[in-house]
Design a protein around this ligand. Structure first.
Ligand code: SAM
Length: 338
């Protein structure tokens, strides 16, 4: 029998090298420096505190990955790098890349221990104690990277999530654990009569206000600080939960959904934005990888449509409908039982 083509295994062996090349270039601020002016490796080395020869190898690696151009020894950003890898771009994913490099990369280094013992790896890797989000917000820089990352990824999904269902009947939205408020912004920009409240921990409110102030819908979006497991939840006709349930185990999700159900007005609904796993949980690969990511850094997991349906119905919701959006996050809409 002929041996199978090894190329996908070879690709998986070196996949982390590609990630780390991009992570390192972002961490060194190379795309930001090149955004100011194209430069040679020598010039960039002087400005980034690096050695010219190894830096040139890193720049060539970035060029090989389609992130940089080189002409006559001068490097410049490709359109891709300008849009997603510079900090000043409105679409920047640099925060998520920094968070991936500083936090996720070391946590994934302990995946084997997570599989053997279960549970997130923060304490093992960083000696950190306290609640999950205390780790994410442990320093101002860590908070900025995490929220910047959530924001950059959220911008890729929220417009599709609020479009895939017709939400025009709902006039009040609470974006629960709304982070920087990109979902509330996308919803209010699409539905002109909607007013929204971003409800999140108090350490998130100031960065959320800053991001929301850039939206033409800012006058219709308020921010409220609170603990969604304990504090009273505002009344609304629509609740959104973007990447909330995947952080928690089934028992915590059930409690949270019951609280949301109780806070909804009659006729109200909950909109969930998450990556949906296929029913056999073996794909899509991005959702399966995200579920492993949840293993090393949270108490949660990604779920299938049936698993979300079971959680929602147990909390009293009916008419549960899931839709793929074509964006990184899918959407589920479920209605409050009268
Ligand atoms: N929904 C946002 C998004 O999609 O970008 C943020 C998702 S992030 C994975 C989870 C959010 O839940 C964070 O903004 C976090 O601060 C918030 N959160 C976690 N625990 C919370 C709690 N007990 N009360 C309120 N918000 C909380």
């Amino acid at each position: 029998m002929q041996a199978p083509d090894p190329s996908s295994v070879l690709d998986l062996i070196e996949a982390f090298r590609r990630s780390k090349t991009m992570f390192t270039a972002v961490r060194l601020g190379l795309f930001d420096l090149l955004d100011e002016a194209p430069a040679t490796a020598e010039q960039l080395a002087a400005r980034s505190g690096t050695q010219p020869e190894p830096l040139e190898r890193l720049l060539e690696g970035c060029a090989a990955l389609g992130l940089l151009n080189r002409r006559d020894g001068v490097f410049s950003n490709t359109d891709l790098a300008r849009a997603y890898l510079t900090r000043s771009s409105p679409r920047s994913l640099a925060g998520y890349i920094r968070y991936s490099d500083e936090a996720l990369y070391p946590l994934w280094g302990r995946l084997q221990d997570a599989v053997r013992q279960g549970g997130p790896r923060w304490q093992q890797v960083f000696g950190a104690r306290g609640s999950l989000f205390d780790h994410f917000y442990r320093t101002e820089e860590a908070r900025a990277d995490f929220l910047g990352g959530m924001h950059g990824l959220g911008l890729l999904s929220s417009p599709a999530v609020v479009r895939v269902f017709n939400l025009s009947a709902y006039e009040t939205l609470v974006d629960l654990g709304g982070g920087t408020g990109h979902l509330a912004v996308a919803a209010c920009e699409r539905y002109g009569r909607m007013r929204a409240t971003v409800f999140d921990r108090k350490d998130v409110i100031e960065p959320a206000r800053r991001r929301i102030s850039a939206s033409p819908a800012r006058e219709r979006i308020a921010c409220v600080a609170g603990d969604f497991f304990q504090d009273p939840l505002p009344r609304a006709s629509l609740y959104a939960m973007g990447r909330i349930l995947h952080d928690w185990d089934d028992a915590r999700c059930a409690g949270l959904l019951r609280r949301v159900h109780a806070a909804l007005e009659p006729g109200g609904a909950v909109l969930i934005a998450e990556m949906l796993l296929d029913e056999d949980r073996c794909g899509p690969a991005s959702a399966a990888m995200q579920s492993l990511n949840m293993l090393v850094c949270t108490e949660g997991r990604e779920r299938t449509e049936s698993e979300y349906r079971a959680l929602l119905e147990a909390a009293g919701f009916v008419d549960v409908e899931a839709r793929r959006t074509g964006a990184p996050l899918d959407a589920i809409l479920a209605h409050r039982k009268e």
